[in-house]
Design a binder for this molecule. Structure first.
Ligand code: UDP
Length: 247
């Protein structure tokens, strides 16, 4: 099933609310085959604009969520309507709860050693019924073996947190090999779910400024800030290709 959305710098972003995205995720979890969810941010979209093969693989994902305020701003700048942000961390936590109600098996892949295991412990506490099929860090040498481990663990759902665009490339290339129904590319989500990285205060979250809060607390991320205005300018200037309606 395809749904309405927009293409931003050539990459499809679906016009869905959190509830709609959850319903769609659960539907994909039951549907035979392997499906992917991406959460593109401005940096990834800018990269995709320069790399056609990255753009193509992102568009092969079944669901593409407007994770950050940057994507929403870009859409609004051009008069496109995306209903709301669907933050990847919140989406992942809510989907895990729903998957738990159905007794699904989750696998957590990514982040520094020990982080995925801790995130798993916390998810099991918060998501009755959820089964932790396995957890592994994201600093592996053999990407095919990482997929085979997931297949052995018989996971239904996989959180893939390797940073962008590595996680999207890995999901596209090795996703089917895992045998899982649904893979989600979620950036730093395991760091947050494990408690290693705190969430921004509620007000910052409500205003969509969590990225700014994280950048201010983690100086290594400050360099990313200048990319947002560049991204907005790119969307603004690329008449036609900057944003166009999908469906
Ligand atoms: N990461 C990983 N393997 C790598 C590089 C990064 O597992 O080879 C992890 C890293 O530890 C962090 C996440 O990927 O947990 C990236 O987080 P970030 O918030 O930077 O995500 P992005 O903004 O790139 O989506």
């Amino acid at each position: 099933m395809d749904q309405a959305g927009w293409k931003i710098l050539g990459v499809r972003v679906d016009a869905v609310t959190m509830d709609e995205a959850l319903a769609r995720g659960l539907e994909l979890l039951e549907r035979p085959g392997t499906h992917r969810v991406i959460t593109p941010n401005p940096e990834l979209l800018s990269q995709a604009a320069r790399r056609p093969e990255l753009c193509a693989l992102l568009n092969r994902a079944e669901l593409s969520l407007a994770d950050g305020v940057g994507v929403l701003l870009a859409a609004r700048l051009r008069g496109a309507q995306l209903p709301d942000r669907v933050p990847g961390v919140d989406y992942a936590a809510a989907l895990a709860r729903r998957a738990g109600e159905r007794g699904k098996r989750i696998y957590l892949l990514g982040a520094r050693p020990g982080v995925a295991q801790e995130a798993g412990r916390r998810l099991l506490r918060d998501c009755p019924g959820l089964v932790l099929a396995g957890a592994a860090d994201g600093y592996f040498a053999d990407p095919a073996r990482a997929a085979d481990e997931i297949a052995r663990a018989r996971a239904d759902l996989v959180f893939v947190c390797l940073g962008a665009p590595r996680q999207e490339e890995w999901m596209d290339r090795y996703g089917a090999r895992t045998g899982a129904r649904l893979l989600l590319g979620l950036g730093g989500t395991l760091d947050v779910l494990s408690g290693r990285v705190g969430r921004a205060p509620a007000l910052w979250q409500r205003w969509g400024l969590e990225w700014l809060w994280r950048a201010l607390r983690q100086p290594s991320r400050l360099g990313r800030l200048y990319r947002l205005p560049l991204f907005l300018a790119q969307v603004w200037m690329e008449e036609g290709r900057g944003i166009c309606r999908e469906n």
